[in-house]
Structures are given as C-alpha cells and as structure tokens.
Design a protein around this ligand. Structure first.
Ligand SMILES: [Zn+2]
Length: 65
C-alpha cells in the first residue's frame, strides 16, 4: 500500500496483534477503524480518544521506522 499523503511505499508492522501501516517518509501511521478498537481494548485505557491513541502510537513506533 502507498501512503495516501506522499505516495511513498508504506512499511507494515504488527503491534498488539494488529497490522499497522507506517510511512517512513512523512511518519504517517494508518489504521482502520477495527484496528483502533482492537488496540484500545489491549491498552485498557477507556478514556483515551482516538487522537491520543494515535499520538502514543507515534511515540512507540518511532523505533520501528
Ligand atoms: Zn507518507
């Protein structure tokens, strides 16, 4: 899959049992809705918004990029 923003080939990594597409060029992280819900369940942080989950993910995923 190519990045919807910069059209670079994306890198797929597995985290918490779900596949996440990461763009090495613009650091975009792409999840579908089902994946976000799976991650939220694993993290056990019910008050998190999707935006906060995404920010935390960017931090955690930096070492994979
Ligand atoms: Zn990109």
């Amino acid at each position: 899959m190519d990045c919807p923003v910069c059209e670079s080939p994306m890198k797929e990594v597995e985290r918490y049992g779900v596949d996440i597409d990461i763009c090495p060029e613009c650091k975009g992280v792409w999840l579908d809705r089902g994946e976000i819900e799976n991650i939220a369940a694993v993290e056990l942080q019910p008050v998190w918004t999707i935006g906060v989950i995404k920010e935390t993910f960017l931090e955690k995923l930096e070492k994979y990029i």
